[in-house]
Design a protein around this ligand. Structure first.
Ligand code: BDR
Ligand code: CA
Length: 326
């Protein structure tokens, strides 16, 4: 069982990543931190708490992270994709019950470090997996404040693109929100895995996938929990259709990063040099991926190039089932 810390910005697909991280038998979720990106950090924190409590993980602590990028004045937000709450349903507004639970006191980087150090101290034979599914601000601060953490963790991110971006021509959102933080993370010398858009765009919650989700367990009727998941995915699919002309369902970007930790064998990876563009007004936030291996700089990132999509859904749907039974 691998120890995992999830740093996220829920966000529809982040909420599904929480579910997968919390209910995979292969993982032990140590805690959750939040960051401003899909929405302001107060909202992403609220959503993380509400999701955890909805799925019965009331013992998993949430710590609120950075409200702003490292150097930039304010986070880009993404209400056009995730709504005003960051986790809207088809009617607008929230769909999850409000849990009332509060975040842990303290700064995210400090709480993360203490949890990682404590776990690694007990089990130094295995690094803690830090999975980041939002802007990399908290991860960068953790590495800057505690350089020794580099020897205790591996980092897996959902973010970046080999080619075309989403919130910019060549920029993927999570990296574009805080390019300087991404640069710190990519240059930290930590074992790093990036699951880019090219892969996450294959994880589409199609009507067929939703049908599979509903028919599993053979109950004949949809449980209240699955009905909530359907509302979330319906909203997410509709904004992707409106903004990007995406047909065929919501892309579950963030759970792909969790899946890369649970089941690396369902991915094809390639080790390469990846640098972060931070300066260009046209392309700040681009992950510049040396796919032809021409750079003399050390290869610093294992980039996911392909994922076995059926195997991914098997993991995701098993977690939904496990949640439902809890
Ligand atoms: C990423 O951006 C966010 O909107 C999603 O939650 C995901 O982490 C995809 O570019
Ligand atoms: Ca996210």
């Amino acid at each position: 069982v691998q120890a995992v810390w999830l740093d996220c910005d829920p966000g529809h697909d982040d909420a599904m990543a929480i579910l997968l991280a919390g209910y995979s038998p292969a993982l032990q979720l140590l805690g959750v931190s939040t960051v401003a990106s899909n929405q302001v950090v107060e909202k992403t924190t609220r959503n993380a708490l509400d999701m955890l409590d909805l799925i019965g993980l009331t013992h998993i602590g949430v710590v609120m992270g950075q409200a702003k990028p490292l150097l930039r004045p304010a986070a880009l937000l993404c209400p056009e994709i995730h709504g005003e709450t960051g986790l809207d349903g088809p009617q607008g507004g929230p769909v999850l019950p409000h849990s009332g639970r509060q975040a842990l006191p303290g700064k995210a980087a400090i709480v993360m470090f203490e949890a990682i150090q404590q776990h690694y101290g007990r089990q130094p034979q295995q690094r803690v997996q830090l999975v980041c599914t939002g802007a990399l601000t908290n991860a960068a601060l953790l590495l800057l404040l505690y350089p020794e953490v580099a020897g205790m963790i591996e980092i897996t991110i959902m973010g970046g693109a080999l080619g075309v971006g989403n919130t910019g021509p060549v920029q993927e959102f999570n990296i574009q929100v805080d390019p300087e933080a991404a640069r710190v993370v990519f240059e930290a010398g930590v074992p790093l895995t990036m699951v880019p858009l090219e892969v996450t765009h294959t994880a589409l919650a199609t009507p067929e996938v939703l049908g599979r989700m509903f028919s599993r367990g053979g109950a004949g009727s949809i449980s209240p929990f699955k009905a909530l998941v359907e509302l979330l995915l319906t909203f997410f699919a509709s904004t992707y259709k409106d903004v990007f002309g995406f047909h065929g369902g919501a892309p579950l970007h963030d759970p792909c990063a969790i899946a890369a930790v649970i089941a690396p064998s369902i991915f094809k990876f390639e080790l390469m040099r990846v640098d972060i563009e931070t300066v260009s007004p046209l392309a700040a936030g681009q992950t510049v991926c040396d796919i032809w291996h021409q750079s003399s700089a050390p290869k610093n990132c294992r980039v996911a190039r392909e994922m076995d999509v059926d195997a991914f859904w098997e993991l995701m749907l098993a977690a939904v089932d496990a949640t439902d039974l809890a």
